[in-house]
Design a protein around this ligand. Sequence first.
Ligand SMILES: *Cc1c(COP(=O)(O)O)cnc(C)c1O
Length: 421
Amino acid sequence: MYNFFCKNINIVDFVNSCERELSNRFSYIEEIYQYNQLKVLKSFIENKVSESDFQESTGYGYADIGRDKIEKIFADIFGTEDALVRQQIVSGTHAISLSLLSILRPNDNLLSISGLPYDTILSTIGIHNEKGSLKDYNISFNYVDLINNKFDFENIDKSIKNNTKLILIQRSRGYTNRDALGIDEIKSVIDHIKNRYKNIYVMVDNCYGEFVNIKEPTDVGADLICGSLIKNIGGGKALSGGYIVGKKELIELCASRLTAPGIGKEVGISFNQNRNVLQGLYDAPKVVADALKISNLFIYTLNKLGIKTIPDTNTYNNDIVTAIILNDEKKLIKFCQIIQKYSPVDSYLNLVPIDMPGYDKKVIMAAGTFVSGSSIELSCDAPIKEPYIAYLQGGLNYYQGKLSLIKIIEELNLFNYDKTK
Ligand SMILES: *Cc1c(COP(=O)(O)O)cnc(C)c1O
């Protein structure tokens, strides 16, 4: 079948040989998958997931038993006191924004210690004086950059003020050319903060990080983490939604702002999505493992062909995103177009860069996906700016990723037989 798609048999052979050389890495990914799969199954059994949890609720949703069970399971899997997992949280950005706006009060300070947060969060902070932003409520913000992908403990200490209430860490790379943060690094900085500043909460933007390791940031001391259900944890089956898990007092604040004070978590139907959310969660460890294998195949193969990636071959992924540094606008656009062209949905579309809300540069987004914009499905996006990095992530199955890689090598003329020796 690869020969049906690609006439140059040498490219297929080359990718096959790279795949064989990755067997150790793939076994490591399988071990993490195995652990997380059983962790999820254990929680489903202990919480007695039942067919009745899939039933639809209407109106206020006072007795949406499936929704309540989903929240217990999320809290269980992340080892937290409570969870808010809702269709009314419309995206990862919304989950993060909701958390910040729920916890922080006028005159408080927010400190980000992994550099500037993800692009779409900047509007919540209020860098352009957005209405309803933290700044609009007189909540100040500052940040400390990472140094060589490590936390800058000295400057973190210097930047903490008397009114710093919340420290934000972003696990994934976002649209930057740094590596994702490892759980051990996150643990060491949380330990440092908790030992010195008892009253500061630590929140982690966990987008793209779920099930990549056997531990989550809440296992190493984070008070609150959030993410999107159309990324890792939705397993490709959740149609929408976001989650926040953490300390009970914080979840209560978030729920009071999402709905209304005094009502909180008690209301809000799940729009008949309980089955999808549960089945997606159940599938997620496997889907994340395939996404990681695709990432590693791209990294290993492209590095051999002289293309730089972050992470590189020697580093284990701490999220499912691969930054591929193409240094060329045309190549970048073509790269994304090929991902789109070999997708199961909308393969025939010709992709072009456009302006998107929340991003300052034009962005090109390949997402030939069953769920619109889902980035746990194989997808690739890029802001059109130097050094022209394609951010590749997801993959519901490994072989679509492998085919896309073969086609990228062929159509971008990356294959030079000598380099394979
Ligand atoms: C995707 C992402 C977000 C925003 O999530 P959306 O669901 O796209 O709004 C925030 N932070 C990081 C690190 C992300 O990768």
